[in-house]
Design a protein. Structure first.
Length: 198
């Protein structure tokens, strides 16, 4: 239970809690600039919690599950919010959300079948990072700021990287999932582990 209160895990929880705040700032506050900054900070915590866990040797089984869950929550809420706002291309939002849905379904199926946990692939993390950079740039591009036109090509370049890395990771999980199903995991004392795909 003590591992639940490590700083990296608390940062992951803060990322989850901050996700609806982002949606509120964007959709209710109608402030694309502030929303872009908030999403950028929340996205940066994805790198920060992992770095802290490795740097101070506080990597935990809970953290390995909580971190990708926080990513899924942030990505889905952010994607839906920017689609409603109209600052994100519809087709791109669909590509992102379909990928997230498939990964999430895969996590649930593997957990239900008692498969061994699959660690997050680096390309999955790279895709998440690129997406968390791309979405704020799309917001800035639509915010009518002095550097909005500069933000637009950056948004598209990082969006392309997010799509490529994200789907590359999704494809990479397929053989890993098959292997995990063959090697049925042993239940842990605190319950079954959830495969943290990312």
């Amino acid at each position: 239970m003590k591992e639940a209160f490590t700083l990296p895990n608390l940062i992951s929880l803060a990322r989850i809690a901050g996700s609806p705040v982002f949606a509120y700032v964007l959709l209710v506050g109608n402030d694309r600039h502030a929303a872009a900054w908030l999403l950028g900070v929340l996205g940066a915590t994805d790198w920060l919690d992992g770095w802290l866990a490795r740097r101070f040797h506080t990597v935990s089984d809970l953290g390995k599950v909580l971190d990708p869950v926080a990513d899924r929550v942030l990505i889905v809420i952010a994607a839906v919010a920017v689609l409603i706002d109209g600052s994100f291309p519809l087709w791109l939002g669909i590509v992102v959300l379909v990928r997230e849905a498939l990964v999430s379904i895969g996590v649930l199926v593997l957990a239900a079948l008692g498969a061994k946990r699959i660690d997050v692939l680096w390309v999955g993390k790279a895709g998440t990072l690129a997406l968390m950079f791309s979405v704020p740039m799309f917001l800035v591009a639509e915010a009518d700021l002095s550097w909005s036109e500069i933000a637009r090509p950056i948004a598209w370049i990082t969006a392309a990287a997010a799509v490529v890395f994200g789907w590359w990771a999704a494809a990479g999980y397929v053989p890993l999932a098959a292997q995990a199903l063959k090697a049925r995991r042993v239940p842990v004392k605190d319950g079954l582990e959830t495969p943290p795909l990312g």
